[in-house]
Design a protein. Structure first.
Length: 753
């Protein structure tokens, strides 16, 4: 059976379920280990004075950093490891203490006293816009004269709404272990999506060459973007402790500290106005998407970029002007989160579609269908990249049929007529999500493949496993390349000492990039092995085939064959290398940042969804009753893994849109610092009727690995149908996010229900 396309289990499934899987905190503690704890700011803005530790407490501050006090991913120097001079957000690290036990370190950190003269914090996005408190200049994507087209349009609509942020709430909190070695080397084990960035940030803080800082990660207990840039400074702090003391140092953040000190999904404020005609065709759109970036730049430029490039989603608007703002506030620096600005971007057109539907008297579904990109509408985005209109329409049509739209509408109307307080609603959504990093040089990957003389294979690649099934997918690619069973391929921990200069495992590119790199490495070894077999049998190398654990002559009537293991041993006897590195870089992507034009994405992933909800209009409580999803995965590498990703992403998106509310008080102190105050969705929040389907017979048209498509991020946005369903059920014009029961009830009261 072919390894690729088989619904194989996650490589660590049994280990996860039995507890045998080792995460960073499960590793044996090295002799002499010190535990670290952070001292965090209790205020959001202020002037920092003296920092004093109790007698006998070992404390490190910015003054102890031998390199640069700079942990910014861009290296712009706008984010220190430890605060100096000015406190810029609640939970900002001020110092770190070291102790023999973790409990002792936490007690010592709590006993540290910092003199801080409070200053008024900037928290409100409207105020930040008014004060032009920007982290970077505004970005604009435009086509045509949107303002003139709106004035000339037969009908107009306008709106404003807000979407909150989201805590990553990974099961395994931020953690790193730094162990000093010979000649100044410091080996780091980190729960990170980006081992290379850990290496770079630690090197910058310590003033060391990268070759002295090997970084390894076998697996993470979840990440969702929260361990892309934030894991780097946690590891750098542990490495600093190891460098100063000469002893191993482990830093594991308690949940409360993790939530206070690390970034979230960016909250957004939206303002828009549009022109349309009586058929629901949207003729022009002007919109501002303002992102709360927090106190420093971090990854905000990429988030704003993706929100702008996805603001029209899968729809065509002839004249458009989209402006993205990155606002500086006194909150933690917001960062990557699954979708990386895409989820915030696609919300815009949902509000526009509803506004146009109200203005014209049409259904939202009719407005969608009138404005899908592709014939008869223009198929290109405002920045110049084409969409595949046939796949948009196919995913939509199949999901609409699965959902039984017309019959369900009638059933819901009958239910609502019979119930005085309960209201059901049905919402829809369609998606086109671009796959590639917005930063061109990140679209690369490396891999290392060894074949041993018994025919077993060892695989290492630059991607990281955070539970999403990347390792098993890449192993499937290697097994397919050699024609051997998957159990002959051994997956090893990601390490900068084996595969250097890697990109983060993010932007849904893990399988694409690392799968191709591993495939290229495997092909290099297989080619050498084929030459040995060809010489042995006196046939051209192109006549050698690898299948079902055997190597054979692919000619009718020629039965010569041997096992893969026998050929591997023969290659060793013939002194042929059975090891190779593989490299891949995404082709055909380009971007002009001055013109805001280009083709930044290798391809688009498409999808559609319908969701049905019931709302108690007396309390605002609501439930998702059913969800129908169709997701384009191309020719799936592993349908079982992909289905799990789709289901999990939808529920995580549902949480962002309905129950996960971040709250900062008037002093800028975050008050949602644990599961008692921050609600993530549970098993009872998932739709009891959950229908998920992969779009069949839709191989990628681009040269992706085995014509598969990314699946990590796109399905999260399918949960947007839940927001639309809640508005359909309540009939309100505006429902800010997250749509908690309190917010739903306030919207109903504002409507007069």
């Amino acid at each position: 059976m072919s390894a690729v396309g088989a619904p194989l289990p996650h490589d660590s499934a049994l280990a996860h379920c039995t507890g045998a899987a080792r995460f960073a905190d499960d590793l044996p503690e090295p002799p002499g280990l010190l535990h670290a704890a952070l001292v965090l700011s209790p205020v959001a803005h202020g002037t920092l004075g003296a920092v004093a530790a109790p007698p006998g407490v070992m404390m490190l501050t910015a003054a102890d950093i031998p390199g640069a006090n700079d942990i910014s991913p861009s290296g712009k120097g706008d984010e220190p490891l430890f605060a100096t001079g000015t406190i810029r957000h609640h939970g900002q690290p001020i110092a770190m203490v070291l102790a023999e036990t973790r409990d002792a370190a936490l007690r010592a950190a709590a006993a540290v006293r910092a003199e801080i003269a409070p200053l008024p914090p900037l928290l409100d996005l409207d105020e930040a816009i008014e004060r032009r408190s920007f982290l970077m200049p505004p970005q604009t994507i435009a086509r045509g004269d949107a303002a003139a087209a709106i004035l000339a349009a037969p009908m107009t609509a306008a709106g404003e709404f807000r979407a909150g942020g989201q805590e990553h709430f990974y099961l395994e909190s931020q953690i790193a272990l730094a162990v000093p070695g010979e000649d100044g080397e410091i080996a780091i084990t980190s729960s990170t999506q980006h081992p290379t960035e850990v290496q770079h940030i630690a090197g910058r803080v310590l003033g060391l060459d990268y070759n002295r800082i090997p970084v390894a990660c076998r697996r993470m207990g979840g990440a969702f973007g929260g361990k892309e840039s934030n894991a780097s400074w946690v590891a750098a702090a542990a490495a600093l402790g190891a460098r100063i003391t000469g002893r191993p140092v482990k830093l594991r953040l308690p949940r409360k500290a993790d939530m206070a000190a690390t970034g979230k999904r960016h909250p957004f404020l939206y303002r828009w106005r549009a022109g349309c005609d009586g058929t629901g065709r949207i003729l022009a759109l002007e919109a501002t998407l303002a992102a709360d970036g927090g106190h420093s730049l971090d990854l905000t430029p990429g988030v704003v970029f993706r929100s702008l490039t996805h603001a029209l989603n899968c729809y065509d608007v002839p004249a458009v002007r989209l402006t993205g703002l990155a606002l500086r506030t006194n909150s933690v620096s917001h960062t990557a989160f699954r979708g990386f600005g895409g989820p915030q971007g696609v919300l815009l057109m949902e509000d526009v579609i509803r506004g146009v539907a109200r203005a014209t008297g049409l259904s939202p579904e009719a407005v969608r269908e009138r404005n899908f990109a592709g014939a008869p509408n223009d198929a290109a985005t405002p920045y110049g990249q084409a969409l595949e209109g046939d796949l948009i329409r196919r995913a939509w049509a199949e999901c609409r049929a699965d959902a039984g739209l017309e019959a369900r509408r009638a059933e819901i109307a009958a239910f609502n007529a019979a119930h005085p307080f309960l209201r059901r609603g049905l919402g829809s959504f369609a998606l086109a999500f671009g796959i590639s990093f917005g930063i061109r040089h990140l679209n690369q990957a490396g891999a290392l493949v060894h074949v041993y003389t018994d025919g077993s294979i060892r695989l290492n690649h630059g991607g990281t496993e955070m539970g999403q099934g990347l390792n098993v997918k890449v192993a499937q690619v290697v097994a397919e390349s050699f024609g051997v069973p998957l159990d002959r391929v051994r997956i090893t921990a990601t390490s900068t000492a084996e595969v250097p200069n890697t990109a983060p495992t993010a932007a849904s590119t893990g399988s694409d990039l690392n799968g191709w790199a591993a495939h290229n490495a495997a092909l290099a070894v297989r080619g050498r092995m084929a030459e040995v077999a060809a010489a042995l049998w006196g046939v051209p190398a192109e006549d050698i085939a690898f299948a079902e654990g055997r190597v054979l002559v692919a000619r009718p009537g020629d039965n010569r064959a041997m096992s893969f293991a026998d050929l591997a041993h023969k290659c060793w006897i013939e002194r042929v290398s059975l090891s190779a590195t593989g490299f891949y870089r995404t082709p055909d992507i380009h971007w002009d940042p001055a013109a805001m034009k280009g083709e930044p994405f290798f391809y688009f992933s498409y999808g559609a969804s319908f969701a049905e909800v019931v709302v108690d209009t007396l309390t605002g409580e609501h439930r998702v009753l059913r969800a129908d999803l169709v997701q384009d995965c191309g020719r799936s590498l592993n349908p079982a893994i992909d289905r799990g990703q789709i289901e999990g992403a939808f529920v995580q998106g549902q949480g962002w849109l309905t129950c996960e509310e971040l709250f900062w008080d008037e002093q800028g102190r975050q008050r949602t610092l644990g599961p008692s105050t921050y609600k993530i969705p549970g098993s009872r929040d998932a739709p009891p009727d959950f229908r998920v389907r992969l779009l069949a017979a839709a191989p990628a048209r681009q040269a992706t690995i085995f014509r598969s498509k990314a699946v990590g991020e796109p399905p999260l946005m399918l949960a947007t149908a839940v927001w639309n369903a809640l508005i359909d059920a309540t009939g309100v014009a505006r429902l800010d996010l997250p749509a908690t029961p309190e917010r739903v009830l306030l919207a109903l009261r504002a409507k007069g229900s």
